[in-house]
Design a protein around this ligand. Structure first.
Ligand SMILES: [Zn+2]
Length: 271
């Protein structure tokens, strides 16, 4: 029975991940992981990309074209499709995820921790502050894995975005935070592999030296896509360019759930 964890590191750039995330680099170098490059969908903004990644649909089609649009998703999406297929879903993520898939607007008290099988994100642990420490979120995600063995878990830390927006991408703070995330993820990835999870690590968008994103430059839109499988097999750095729109169908295929017609891009072939 396949299970999957998506680590969606907010504003994790391809080049900075490749240069500074040495444990992931080791897995790639030793061909225990496959690394693809994603030329990100547009606009390179957070809420539009959260929805694009989980629906496999471009922003002009799903309609969440700006961060200011606060409503539930109205497209078939990974959380809803998995829940309807009887799978267990979980997320440790920014509260916009709760608004897209559980309930909008977000109630800071009632929605912060959810354990409800009727919700699309059944086991949710949400945060509202951009500077919420990644290490606390990682612990929440790891706890959800141990306690509920979800079929799909989203881990969505904000640390790269926070340091990038505060100090710009050409800063020791932004780069060093990539080293930090890698070192904290390393033991978790080992545990999750052992538990039979296929782990993906990617970003929703990049960020530029001004600390901005939303535009079309490579700095703002190029993100990594690491694939780490429980078999330990990978193809190393492929140089192959894939699309954000392939993530949702790839997760559904891995979990043996029918891909809806709205998802037009092919899933990745994982073997
Ligand atoms: Zn973002």
């Amino acid at each position: 029975m396949s299970k999957s964890i998506l680590v969606l590191s907010d504003a994790l750039r391809y080049d900075v991940a490749k240069d500074n995330m040495g444990f992931l680099g080791h897995l790639v170098e030793s061909k225990q992981s496959t690394l693809y490059k994603i030329i990100g969908e547009l606009p390179s903004m957070s809420r539009p990309m959260y929805e694009t990644i989980h629906t496999g649909v471009p922003s002009s089609d799903h309609g969440v074209v700006a961060n200011s649009i606060v409503r539930l998703s109205n497209k078939p999406n990974v959380f809803q499709l998995l829940k309807n297929a009887g799978k267990v879903t979980a997320a440790a993520a920014y509260y916009w995820y709760s608004e897209l898939y559980n309930r909008a607007p977000y109630d800071r008290i009632d929605d912060k921790e959810t354990d409800d099988e009727s919700l699309n994100i059944q086991h949710g642990r949400f945060y509202t502050e951009d500077e919420y420490p990644d290490i606390e979120l990682f612990a929440s995600a790891a706890h959800l894995v141990r306690k509920f063995s979800p079929d799909y878990l989203l881990l969505h830390p904000m640390g790269m975005d926070y340091h990038g927006e505060t100090f710009g991408s050409d800063s020791k703070e932004y780069r060093n935070h990539a080293i930090y995330q890698d070192s904290k993820l390393a033991p978790l990835i080992m545990e999750w592999k052992e538990r039979g999870y296929t782990v993906f690590v990617t970003g929703d968008h990049g960020i530029n030296a001004d600390g901005g994103h939303g535009g079309t430059t490579p700095e703002q839109r190029t993100v990594p896509f690491f694939v780490i499988q429980p078999s330990g097999k990978g193809r190393g750095e492929t140089g192959e360019v894939i699309s954000h729109l392939q993530i949702a169908p790839t997760i559904l295929k891995l979990l043996n759930v029918t891909i809806p017609e709205t998802m037009k891009h092919p899933p990745l072939s994982l073997d």
